[in-house]
Design a protein around this ligand. Structure first.
Ligand code: MAN
Ligand code: CA
Length: 192
């Protein structure tokens, strides 16, 4: 049996392939009657309508699937981002590895809305989670794992206080952050 996330990946792959073929990502082009031939250059109207309907159906189905997953708390959403946990507690490197194996990456909030979406999962499991943020080369300077600078922060009062010895960052159940050693067991929360 395929897992829920496998079905989503397959549906997304299908949507992505179709939309790239139409050079119209991510918007679903209107039917030929509305946008004329410009929306799907070179395709006969009948085929354009067929593709439009197929994309609209896929989009509708994906939205419903997301609604189901959100309803039972399997995913939380913030804009285009989706967050989910496998419920496992492990150290930083292993959490990152399991997120990447699942086709995502470790979660890190880029704004307040994403912070809340991740916090909702942390609260649900009542477990602190590692974020995809680490200390850079300059001691005390934290950045996203991909090297980008932090434009949003939500440190707990008096944090970070590790003086270079706490190179990872955990999220508390109130959504605030603490710099922390990387070898603790923390909830794995991934971004997809
Ligand atoms: C512990 C660790 C530190 C944290 C303090 C806060 O010592 O979790 O990272 O800063 O508690 O009191
Ligand atoms: Ca700390």
């Amino acid at each position: 049996m395929l897992s829920c996330s496998s079905y989503i990946l397959i549906a997304l792959a299908a949507l992505s392939v179709t939309c790239h073929a139409l050079s119209k990502c991510p918007e679903v082009p209107g039917p030929p009657g509305i946008h004329g031939r410009n929306s799907l250059k070179g395709l006969p109207d009948s085929l354009a309508t067929k593709h439009h309907n197929a994309l609209a159906n896929l989009k509708h189905r994906l939205l419903r699937l997301e609604a189901v997953l959100a309803l039972n708390g399997k995913i939380t959403k913030a804009g285009e981002e989706m967050f989910a946990s496998n419920g496992q507690r492990t150290h930083f490197a292993s959490a990152l590895q399991s997120c990447e194996k699942a086709g995502g990456t470790l979660a890190a909030p880029k704004n307040e809305k994403e912070n809340k979406a991740i916090m909702d999962i942390v609260k649900q499991y009542n477990q602190y989670a590692y974020l995809s943020i680490r200390m850079g080369d300059i001691s005390g300077q934290f950045k996203y794992l991909n090297g980008m600078a932090l434009h949003y922060i939500n440190w707990h009062k008096h944090e970070p206080n590790g003086k270079g010895k706490e190179k990872c960052v955990e999220m508390y159940t109130d959504g605030t952050w603490n710099d922390k050693k990387c070898n603790m067991d923390r909830l794995t929360v991934c971004r997809f």
